[in-house]
Design a protein around this ligand. Structure first.
Ligand code: SAH
Ligand code: MG
Length: 217
């Protein structure tokens, strides 16, 4: 991963977020909600601004932080986002209203693995952003990938899992060890898919960008 020093250095060039966004960052910190890390989300937003997706599907809303950031960065985009935790879902609705992004964001309350038919009504999506239960990444990918438009992008967060996917030392904590193994398997599986071209960026907690190969590639 990038050293703390470098992260600090890069952060000074990232513009101050507005008051409401900073309040969400504070809330996430206080209640231990794993919203995207600052350097990671800045890179993702930058890529999205270049790609200009019309429709985005996000798996894992939490309190709506990344959805709101995407909505503000892409005023013409529509975002469908899924969250299974009631309290976080309600918090997300609150912040979405507060930031005036409710016209762009639709939050679906439920488990992403159970709401496919509802989500499919809004397809096709130009971007699928996977940021939910780490053990299920491949299942999320396989379930929703068919809803992706030609030349769409699939972005996956936390693919370096605090660097634990790459560490040679044994991981003491069993749950962390199992999760690291699952993410490692996901990364290998992802890289092996010939219908997508994938890169892993060592920003935030590790962000994978997979580009669907077009007809002529
Ligand atoms: N994308 C958010 C952070 C999401 S944190 C941001 O950067 O602001 C991951 C969220 O995914 C958690 O709130 C968790 O409750 C939710 N989640 C995990 N597994 C899920 C599933 N199968 N379906 C829906 N939500 C899920
Ligand atoms: Mg994440």
């Amino acid at each position: 991963m990038i050293s703390k020093e470098i992260v600090q250095y890069i952060k000074q060039f990232i513009p101050e977020r507005d008051k409401q966004i900073k309040e969400m960052e504070r809330y996430a910190q206080e209640y231990d909600i794993p919203i995207m890390e600052v350097t990671g989300i800045e890179v993702m937003l930058h890529i999205l601004k270049i790609a200009q997706p019309k429709r985005i599907l996000e798996i894992g809303t939490a309190i709506g932080y990344s959805a709101i950031r995407m909505a503000k960065a892409l005023p013409a985009a529509e975002i469908v986002t899924i969250e299974r935790d009631k309290e976080r879902y309600e918090r997300a609705l609150f912040y979405i209203n507060q930031t005036g992004t409710s016209g762009q964001i639709r939050v679906i309350f439920g488990d992403a693995l159970n709401v496919y038919s509802d989500v499919a009504k809004a397809a096709p999506f130009n971007v699928l952003f996977i940021d939910a239960a780490k053990g299920q990444y491949q299942r999320f990918f396989e379930l929703y990938e068919p809803l992706l438009a030609e030349n769409g992008l699939i972005i996956t967060d936390n693919v370096l899992f605090k660097g634990l996917v790459a560490t040679e030392e044994p991981i003491e904590n069993k749950r962390m060890r199992q999760l690291a193994a699952k993410i490692r398997r996901y990364n290998e599986w992802l890289a092996g898919r010939n219908d997508y071209e994938t890169i892993i960026l060592p920003v935030g907690d590790g962000v994978a960008i997979s580009r669907k190969r077009g007809e002529r590639q």
